[in-house]
Design a protein around this ligand. Sequence first.
Ligand SMILES: [Fe+2]
Length: 218
Amino acid sequence: MARKTVTDLFIHELSDVYSAEKQITRALPRMARATTNPLLAQAFNDHLEETQGQIERIDTLVEVAGIKLKRMKCIAMEGLVEESKELIEEIDKGAVLDAGLIGAAQKVEHYEIASYGTLATFAEILGMQDAKDLLGQTLEEEKEADERLTQVAGQINFEAEAEGGEEEEEGEEQEGRMASAGSRSSSGRGSSSGGSSSGGSSSVSRGKSNGSSRSKKR
Ligand SMILES: [Fe+2]
């Protein structure tokens, strides 16, 4: 059915995000299994639980508002989930994969934030106060989930960059044997001296020994 009114848009967008949430409940366990970082696994698992609550919230909304959702698949979420699968297939487990997974998860969160923001606004325009409140609750949860990922990234990005550095050094040692001296190309690093105090949260069990402290002059 063609969309002609704001009500049509609202129902379409709500059906879309309903499909998106369902897809996320299947993707999050896979992402939790792929990470070696307990904090990140916890964040994914917590959000899985939250997402199930968000699906129920849409069920409630549909009932309260007396509307009927369309059977449709959110193509955008299908693509975002596909990208997270590619990361898992392509990168070995460790901090670099974790950094990639956080980026993928944040794209999902931002898609949802945009969707629920739009839906809450439409609900307001349409005078659907109950719906607006329910959508607003989910919107806040999505923002918090995004914020939590940013916090976890603070530590993981630092580790990921160090992990890349170890490989860089190994490569250089080999190069050094073959040629005389290799000039280091400084890779674009996002965080300079991040991860200030990893405090008690460094219960990260990674296979790699972290012996080599690389002193990188800048
Ligand atoms: Fe969600």
